[in-house]
Design a binder for this molecule. Structure first.
Ligand SMILES: [Mg+2]
Length: 382
């Protein structure tokens, strides 16, 4: 058991570099180009944190969770406690709050706010040392495999027809993509047979050599998920993501025993990564550094997963920041190109890695290599 009181009160060596300024901005109405078979949504939002040190190093971060309460959490609760801290001490900074867990506000928003801080500090570490973040983590590889998620319907937009899904998947494959993913279980009442028909249309459109996966977004019962997987096995599905309500570990483990399709989870956390791993619930696990307490927290999940001989994948909208994790560590790998969210990164940041023949090349710039374009804060802040 971690002795937090001791950890916190232990003397800390003085540092010349200190966190001097933090500013958080909520961005909205960022124009994006939607995928070809839908014209909506054509706008995205984002949360952008800027942290500056007393010696002028600037770190940036975005979060997946964009609730406006994060602005207050950063400004009024987190910033006052960490100004003056050494930005390299990313294991110390959460401890400053762990002593106050009884007053820790707003669950997921707090975890996302701390993720923003952690990511910006890792960006500062890289820039101070002149190294890319993935090299600081161990630098396992300089490119990562990528899959493209498309076909999601938002803002009340009508669900894609099977024909539209198939045509869009074929278009994405023509661009050189080697792995596509679509959502299943989106109907008001999940309909495995209809989902099978949609996945089959995609498989027929992309041919046998492109990888095809599906994401259930926590919308199915065990019987629906088993039925869908049994139907889809003949389609050579690479993985099914988060099919079961609440990511319940025992139910996911049961599904895994019933199908040859790989099962992935942990994007939308309800249970902990440790609970999923102990239950044998997943073939790979999907932390997101932007939602789950930062890069530091995902490194802990990666270490636990390694003890279970389980690799990490990525499933969420913050792909560009997550590349560093998957390139850095031995059991990292697959990164998601979430079509709409990646477009928002393209709109906000100067250089964003783009898929080439199924791979993303990792930025070799110091830090994460993600620098906002001039003027985006002014233009899109709300
Ligand atoms: Mg997902």
């Amino acid at each position: 058991m971690l002795n937090q009181t001791y950890m916190f009160e232990n003397a800390v060596a003085p540092s010349n570099q200190k966190i001097a300024k933090m500013s958080i901005t909520r961005l909205a109405n960022i124009p994006i180009t939607p995928p070809p078979y839908r014209d909506r949504p054509n706008k995205e939002g984002a949360m952008l944190l800027r942290v500056e040190t007393n010696d002028g190093v600037v770190g940036w971060a975005t979060s997946g969770y964009t609730h406006p309460v994060i602005v207050d959490l950063i400004d009024k609760y987190i910033t006052p406690r960490i100004l003056g801290e050494d930005p390299f001490r990313t294991e110390r900074i959460p401890l400053l709050f762990d002593r106050h867990t009884y007053e820790r506000p707003l669950g997921r928003a707090f975890v996302s706010a701390m993720a923003l801080v952690d990511i910006a500090l890792w960006d500062i570490k890289g820039k101070t040392l002149g190294k890319p973040v993935h090299v600081l983590l161990g630098g396992a590889r300089d490119r990562v495999p990528v899959y493209v998620t498309h076909g999601a319907a938002y803002d009340g937009a009508q669900t894609y027809s099977a024909e539209e899904l198939a045509a869009e998947a074929a278009y994405l494959v023509k661009l050189g993509n080697t792995h596509v993913k679509n959502t299943v279980g989106r109907q008001a009442i999940p309909d495995p047979k209809d989902d099978y028909r949609r996945m089959k249309a995609m498989r027929e459109a992309i041919g046998p050599d492109v990888k095809l996966s599906m994401d259930g977004n926590l919308r199915m019962s065990i019987s629906e998920a088993v039925r869908l997987c049994k139907l889809c096995e003949e389609l050579d599905i690479a993985f099914i993501e988060e099919p079961i309500y609440y990511n319940d570990p025992a139910t996911l483990a049961h599904l895994r025993s019933q199908t040859t399709i790989s099962v992935a989870a942990a994007e939308n956390e309800k249970f902990t990564a440790l609970q999923l791993l102990q239950a044998g619930a997943v073939d790979f696990i999907q932390p997101n550094i932007n939602n789950d307490g930062g890069l530091s927290a995902s490194l802990r999940i990666a270490a636990i997963a390694r003890a279970f001989n389980i690799p990490l994948g990525h499933g969420n909208g913050n792909g560009p920041h997550n590349i560093a994790l998957h390139a850095g560590i031995g059991n990292g790998g697959l990164v998601e190109y979430h079509y709409h969210k990646w477009m928002a990164y393209n709109a906000l940041f100067e250089e964003v890695p783009q898929p080439e023949d199924g791979w993303l090349r990792v930025s070799l710039k110091p830090g994460f290599g993600l620098e906002p374009k001039d003027g985006v804060i002014k233009e899109y802040s709300v």
